[in-house]
Design a protein around this ligand. Structure first.
Ligand code: GCW
Length: 691
């Protein structure tokens, strides 16, 4: 080829490729906040007519955040700087308004939950009005509006009203002070404790921004297996810097508190030479007056540093953590001690219900209920009891915890796990939407409530202290979550936290459009891969709801033989765990309708079959197969289906950006290899017990 011809081709085709989303080698850091250039000329023209001027009449740190976001979007979409004006009288085009009492929409908006907003547009005047009674609402509304441009929706004649259904939409980070993350698979903790409070990493802001963009408004920044040192004065100075960053994004900071902090040495000679502000008491008894006054001083100190501090998350008397029972007190005694001290500041205590004891001669899945049911009505009204979605421990397939139907007088908030502790870490592509959707729609049959499904129950708490927590999957990896697709679980969690009744299908499409592509075929293919991924995973690792088949330390590698006899058993007759009324009788912790459903092998949903029943290998399941044949086939097919989906992804080469495409491909390769091993381990195990 002659050089001039080559040069001509290069120049000629360059513009055609330059604007395509898939031509850029993105690393995933932008998450779903990609404001790529709008290629379609008509769309670009219509959108830019709306965006010629933007009226933001108020000034505050959060308004600064809003303006920065609009500027970034304007640069990205139209390659022009945003044109802000501050006088509403001259207002044209986009107008961002904090409504005051006399305003037309004031009444409507103030009857809705805090953080609500409206987006209204007028096509003829090319005018979009975003209004709310709070800065929070305007922040969320701004991201909503930009989402419409990102997924190329029409901006004409909008009439959107959005209102968050839960008040605390919270992330729990299991980050340790030395930089590791418990059950984290995407690098180290984002917090650089050694550098704080002097150096404020940009990532803190980007993290807050990402969370605000999907409505998260509370973050507990340290592991529930809490290191008491976070309560030392020197750490609180660092924490307050993070709270400052979060505040502008309307995020409240929470801390996990270690129940034994009062007894910690106030200063240790080596590590905390000049550090103080903690401990030295002889007891942690929550009814002891010195302990109470120690916590009071600590809480006063925290609020002096962080006036909008959210409160504490407490893991007590669970997996070796200290708690009130060490002193013969109840969980309510412990929680209420904190609640009373936090109340004057408007703080809350989030008490975890994840308790069990291997020493007890009782089916582990029954223990949390037995521990808490008699305490219903005993908790102060600023206590929120945080209950894991399932009664065992974040399994790929387990029934909802019976506590959601049972506790009537306690503020309950569910805890979901975004990080994939039991779901293939950040190696497997597993989209958790189907699990969470099923959880929210589960009917507890609790009487006396307007809506007895879990999404209804959790909206009914006293004084609107409602919420939900998700165990974060964020780390220092360049794409935040290790696997590019793990971003979807973070995104989906937050959107469901905003409204657990939302249409999951719609949110999934949104995420794909914002993160990968607006091409309908691409969206359809990716959605299929995502939607099938959980079932495939369940069939591979926890077929028919057989819980915990992974090894102890990693929760990743197969360990069927080792696990046999813990939460289920298998022998030459069959496999599973009898939790029916003639077994451990766990079923009786549910209301009658569910008890009957789960109790009967014929009606028990197949995804929970081995969770509730011991099934004989020879049991005929359908016309062709007995249970042994069925479980073998299902387990084998899971790997085959994963392979098909990996191929579908591979076929998208050239339709999404190259670097991310390749990175997902290499994770798929590892997933397929590991899945094959898992399947083989299962086959060997079956053979060994049937021989
Ligand atoms: O699932 C188990 C995890 C622990 C975790 C615990 C909990 C933070 O294996 O790593 O500890 O649950 O939720 O408290």
């Amino acid at each position: 080829m002659r050089p001039t011809f080559f040069f001509f081709c290069f120049i000629y085709f360059l513009p055609a490729f330059a604007g395509h989303e898939w031509n850029k080698n993105e690393d995933g850091y932008s998450l779903w906040l990609r404001y790529n250039s709008i290629e379609n000329k008509n769309t670009r023209k219509t959108y830019s007519q709306y965006f010629q001027t933007i009226t933001v009449a108020e000034e505050s740190p959060t308004f600064q955040v809003i303006k920065a976001e609009l500027s970034r979007a304007s640069e990205g979409f139209f390659s022009t700087a945003a044109n802000f004006i501050s006088s509403p009288r001259k207002s044209k085009n986009v107008e961002i308004l904090l409504v005051k009492q006399h305003h037309l929409y004031y009444k409507e908006l103030s009857n809705l939950n805090y953080g609500s907003y409206k987006i209204i547009s007028d096509r003829k005047r090319h005018k979009i009005t975003l209004i709310s009674t709070s800065e929070d609402g305007l922040l969320y509304g701004t991201f909503h509006l930009l989402r419409l441009l990102q997924n190329r929706s029409s901006l004409d004649n909008l009439n959107i009203t959005e209102s968050p259904k839960l008040s605390f939409r919270m992330l729990n980070q299991w980050d340790n002070l030395e930089g590791s993350i418990e059950r984290g698979y995407s690098g180290k903790s984002i917090y650089n404790w050694d550098e704080l409070p002097d150096i404020i990493d940009e990532r803190y802001k980007d993290f807050a921004r990402a969370n605000a963009s999907i409505g998260i408004n509370a973050i507990c920044i340290n592991n529930v297996n809490a290191n008491p040192n976070i309560l030392r004065t020197e750490y609180l100075e660092k924490v307050s810097k993070l709270a400052e960053v979060f505040r502008h994004y309307k995020i409240k900071l929470f801390l996990s508190a270690n129940f034994s902090a009062p007894m910690e040495p106030s200063a240790t000679p080596h590590t905390f030479k000049k550090w103080g502000g903690i401990g030295n008491l002889k007891t942690n008894d929550p009814l002891n007056k010195d302990v109470i006054s120690w916590w009071k001083n600590k809480i006063d100190e925290i609020y002096k540093e962080i006036p909008d501090f959210g409160g504490f998350v407490v893991k007590a008397n669970s997996e070796g953590m200290p708690g009130p029972q060490d002193y013969g007190r109840t969980h309510a005694d412990g929680a209420n001690m904190f609640a009373k001290l936090l109340k004057p500041y408007g703080g809350v205590v989030i008490w975890r219900a994840f308790v069990y004891n291997h020493q007890k001669n009782e089916d582990r899945v029954k223990q949390a209920y037995l521990e808490f049911i008699d305490l219903d009505g005993e908790f102060d009204d600023n206590v929120l009891l945080q209950v894991k979605n399932g009664p065992l421990d974040f399994q790929p397939s387990e029934p909802p915890s019976p506590l959601f139907g049972a506790m009537k007088k306690t503020n309950l908030i569910p805890e979901l796990q975004i990080t994939q502790e039991y779901l293939g870490h950040s190696t497997y592509l597993v989209y958790l939407a189907p699990m969470w959707e099923k959880f929210f729609r589960f009917d507890t049959y609790q009487s006396g409530t307007q809506k007895s499904t879990i999404d209804g129950i959790i909206q009914n708490n006293r004084q609107k202290l409602t919420g939900i927590a998700g165990v974060s999957n964020v780390g220092k990896d360049s794409n935040w979550t290790g696997h590019h697709f793990a971003q979807a679980n973070w995104y989906l969690f937050a959107r469901l936290a905003w409204n657990p009744e939302s249409d999951v299908d719609k949110i999934t499409s949104d995420w794909i459009r914002l993160t990968w592509s607006n091409d309908d075929d691409v969206v359809k293919t990716i959605k299929g891969i995502m939607e099938r991924s959980l079932d495939n995973f369940i069939d591979l690792q926890t077929p028919f709801g057989l819980p915990v088949t992974v090894d102890g330390p990693t929760h990743y590698y197969p360990a069927f033989s080792h696990r046999n006899g813990t939460y289920w058993k298998a022998n030459s007759n069959g496999i599973g765990c009898d939790r029916s009324s003639v077994g451990t009788d766990f079923v009786s912790q549910y209301h009658r309708q569910n008890r009957d459903l789960f109790n009967n092998i014929e009606t028990c949903p197949k995804e929970y079959l081995l969770f509730f029943h011991f099934i004989e290998w020879s049991r005929k399941i359908n016309n062709k197969e007995n249970f042994y044949e069925l479980i073998n086939r299902v387990n084998y097919e899971s790997v085959r289906k994963m392979r098909t989906d990996a191929q579908l992804w591979d076929n998208l080469k050239g339709k999404v950006d190259l670097k991310r495409h390749q990175e997902v491909n290499s994770r798929f390769n590892k997933q397929l290899y590991d899945a094959e091993q898992y399947h083989n381990n299962f086959l060997q195990f079956l053979q060994s017990i049937r021989d």
